[in-house]
Design a protein around this ligand. Structure first.
Ligand SMILES: Cc1cc2nc3c(=O)[nH]c(=O)nc-3n(C[C@H](O)[C@H](O)[C@H](O)COP(=O)(O)OP(=O)(O)OC[C@H]3O[C@@H](n4cnc5c(N)ncnc54)[C@H](O)[C@@H]3O)c2cc1C
Length: 407
């Protein structure tokens, strides 16, 4: 596995972004070198670092000027500034979807919006139902965390969740409620909460500024601009996620008992579906093939083994290897998968437009400098056929081991 080249697009983005607090730590700037006459030269431009507000700061204590080793300070360990709200003047409550127990990119956008609305005086409260695996609430912008971990909320329990949110309403009287307007639960929960609280929500909101919010309307053809109400159901990319502060994630307790609901809906659990029948726009895991796929039978076998929905680039569709309804991109379908695995796709701008909302992108490609590799969170450089075959083998071995353990 040692010949696999991995790149981290977030680190590359920080290295390009002068205003990011971690920018200086990513630089390999040469601060001193020997000049042609044998004299040591120092670059005054390489001294200092960019502070959280984008201003250049110079530390004159000497720690930056070669004193690092002496003091045991390494520039690569940079802590984001901690944002503390001791006595919040008001609360902004966010109810993230937590798909798979983690904050989705939609949830993080929402927390970015919450922080914008909270400013310096308000606190952002995240209400999380059931077990979760998230460890980065602090860098996502959560000041207070209300974790409601009870079997009451397991499975599909929107009525019970609304009762819990009503208890939050009585305790905190939040200035704003923010929920993702998504198919992963947030859209429905938000509308149920609106009915319970008697609030008229703003839906599919993509911008909140100066007390006004803009939401998509008319089947996505027009915008509805209105005064920002208390309850906002926001679309993806409604704001930039938090990237330059750390937050306390102080645990919060509910003081009131949550009323028990007599469920009118019985949850019979998840139903296994054929990934091939899932509409592309709703698929969670997509295996997408492009011009770099040479063995399409192997590609289809890999999709079955991984349980992935198949997608394709326009070239693969034009060449007749995949149906037109599988084309991802500007002139195809815009997808929102949690994992998008692109095999032999170069990453043309029209294709990248279609995967902009995907959470994690994995690329398999021969060319380490192609745009898909630059976009990817994880890249595998190599021949698509060899890697797909190895992947099928690994999945089979993993499943067999699982069955052995269960027996
Ligand atoms: C108006 C317009 C709209 C468009 N809309 C779309 C759209 O909606 N969706 C879309 O996808 N495109 C669209 N396109 C086309 C787009 O510009 C690209 O031409 C297309 O996306 C390229 O597809 P590709 O990456 O599969 O092929 P290529 O660009 O040919 O790339 C193939 C990739 O496979 C790699 N490769 C080759 N052999 C192997 C191997 N053995 N193993 C691993 N990797 C290998 C190569 O390194 C390369 O990166 C549009 C173009 C226009 C002009």
């Amino acid at each position: 596995m040692s010949d696999i080249i991995r790149r981290d697009p977030r680190v590359e983005w920080i290295a390009r972004n002068r205003l990011h607090p971690l920018h200086a730590a990513m630089q390999t700037a040469q601060t001193s070198w020997m000049g042609p006459n044998g004299l040591i030269r120092k670059s005054p431009h390489a001294v200092g670092f960019i502070g959280p507000n984008g201003l250049k700061r110079i530390d004159r204590s000497g720690a930056e000027q070669g004193g690092n080793q002496k003091r045991g300070i390494t520039s690569s360990v940079v802590q984001l500034p901690l944002h503390v709200v001791e006595q919040p003047a008001f609360h902004i409550v966010v109810v993230p979807d937590m798909v798979g127990g983690r904050l989705s990119s939609h949830d993080k956008d929402l927390l970015g919006l919450a922080n914008k609305l909270a400013g310096n005086d308000g606190a952002v409260v995240a209400v999380v139902f059931g077990e979760h695996k998230e460890s980065a609430f602090d860098t996502a912008g959560v000041d207070r965390l209300l974790h409601l971990n009870s079997e009451l909320f397991d499975g599909y329990a929107p009525e019970q969740r609304v009762l819990a949110l009503s208890a939050v309403e009585s305790q905190l009287a939040p200035r704003h409620w923010l929920l993702p307007d998504s198919r992963n639960g947030g859209g429905e929960l938000g509308r149920r909460l609106a009915a319970k609280l008697g609030e008229r929500p703003a839906t599919r909101v993509w911008q909140v500024a100066e007390g006004q919010c803009s939401g998509r309307a008319g089947a996505g053809r027009e915008d509805l601009v209105r005064r920002a109400p208390r309850l906002i159901l926001a679309a993806v990319e409604c704001a930039e996620p938090v990237s330059d502060t750390r937050h306390e994630v102080r645990p919060l307790e509910l003081q009131n008992q949550i009323a028990r609901n007599l469920p009118r809906i019985e949850d019979l659990g998840a139903v296994a579906v054929d990934p091939a029948s899932i509409p592309m726009a709703e698929a969670e895991f997509i295996l997408s093939g492009g011009n770099g796929v040479k063995d399409w039978a192997l590609f289809h076998r890999a999709a079955v083994a991984l349980g992935a929905t198949e997608g394709a680039s326009r070239v693969a569709v034009d060449d007749g290897f995949m149906g037109r309804d599988r084309q991802v991109g500007a002139s195809g379908i815009w997808v929102t998968a949690r994992v998008y695995l692109a095999v032999g796709i170069s990453g043309a701008i029209q294709h990248l437009q279609g995967i902009g909302a995907c959470d994690k992108v994995i690329a398999i490609n021969l060319d380490p400098s192609c745009d898909m590799i630059k976009r990817a969170d994880l890249s595998v450089i190599g021949d698509s056929a060899a890697i797909l075959a190895a992947l099928i083998e690994r999945v089979a071995a993993y499943r067999q081991a699982g069955e052995r353990d269960a027996a």
